[in-house]
Design a protein around this ligand. Sequence first.
Ligand SMILES: Cc1cc2nc3c(=O)[nH]c(=O)nc-3n(C[C@H](O)[C@H](O)[C@H](O)COP(=O)(O)OP(=O)(O)OC[C@H]3O[C@@H](n4cnc5c(N)ncnc54)[C@H](O)[C@@H]3O)c2cc1C
Length: 442
Amino acid sequence: MKTCEILVIGGGPAAITIAKNIKDSKDVTIIRPEDHSMIYCAMPYAVEGLLPVEKTLKSDDIVTDAGANLVRDYVESVDFDSKTVKTRKGDSYKYEKLIIATGAEPILPPIEGTNLKNVMTFKSENDLKYVMNLVDQGLKEAVVVGAGAIGIELAQALNKCNVKTHLVDMFPTILPNMMDADVMDDVQKQLADTGIVLNLGNKVLSLNGTEYVEEVVLEKGDPIKFDSKPLIVFAVGMRPSVDIFRDTELEISKTGIVVNEKMETNIPDVYAVGDCVEYTNAITGKVGLGKLATNAVPMARLLAKNLLGADRKYEGFYNGAATKVVDYFVGSSGLTERVAKENGYDIVVGKAKFTTAFPVMPFAKEVEVKLIADRNTKKIIGGQVVSGEPVTDKVDQITMAIQFGITVDKLTQFSYSSQPYQSFFPANNLLAHAAEQIVSQL
Ligand SMILES: Cc1cc2nc3c(=O)[nH]c(=O)nc-3n(C[C@H](O)[C@H](O)[C@H](O)COP(=O)(O)OP(=O)(O)OC[C@H]3O[C@@H](n4cnc5c(N)ncnc54)[C@H](O)[C@@H]3O)c2cc1C
């Protein structure tokens, strides 16, 4: 039996971050089943042909150069008493410390017909190759269920490959967990103008057919019928990959492994990080959605630093995220207006719309910011950006305001920069202007 100082189960961003941060300071072994770790975020862009599949695959060097031992295998069981892990290939590993970074898997809803051909979810290298192969063979029709970032990106990719694509979501607007409806009118219209058939505020009830799906039955309206063998992809959310721990004493809730602010589980010397854990939203303090690489990596980095002697505590999810919808870049951080209200906040909203460069510059594009503040504390609790240029820097500014408790009063005095190529006139700044609007309503 092999003995490991630190044994990590998983090969995603969380596991890789552990290896990269611990480096040679301790002996790290990573067990993951896939041939390659993947850049999942890039998968839709491979479908549309922007980059080859190979570019979505990470080289093993990323962990082995950091000094970690990489084992291609699948962990079938863990005995927490004897601190031993057993794998599918029949090997056993003894650990001093165990880090669970098993991630999450896409949900295939329990409805009739999901066993039919070409019905799938979209996360792995095989999923990507399967979709690309169908496209290469002349796929004509597809339904993407779920208009979150993954669904939106995949629907656009398929549409660009001349696949007639339907996008279905229970919510009445796209990106319902990221963006409020009031900033999405133009974006949604442009998406519909590309030819993607938007079927929003509707629910898939079942898939009918014999070998392939012949019709998608919806809660409202006529079923979607096909003239060819369609692809149906569910992008309706993730569930933690924790099945191997079901009959153990590891504490697991519906959304993941329960950990404290140091990523410790209820079992000594066993930690969990990334998509497989349940964690709280940093703003509401309640368990919240947060299955993002940008949440997984900070959790893993914090744990690695603590294992090297630091004493850091994880604050929770802020959920800064972004995507691209046709010509628009959109993103958000913190709570949307809908979620803030659901959580009982008395909110005040401010908006600002300027241009991404001085408006006299020929390439200037519109950019809109929406800020959401808590009337009681005057703190920013959410924000959204819709722009003709990339938004992640602006989303990160909003996250910083939320994370470090900046009030709208402070934000009116935000000291910003300005230059013709890169911002609106010095006369105004998006965040300062939106904050002024909020202050005027308090
Ligand atoms: C199409 C797509 C696009 C995305 N785009 C973005 C984006 O733009 N921005 C963003 O922040 N996030 C994005 N995400 C989410 C992001 O990829 C995940 O949040 C992130 O991968 C989570 O990292 P993780 O290491 O916790 O888990 P994962 O990346 O899921 O990795 C889990 C690993 O554990 C392994 N594993 C599981 N069980 C076992 C076992 N029993 N034994 C051994 N190994 C096991 C798995 O095989 C896998 O290697 C996207 C996801 C998808 C699918």
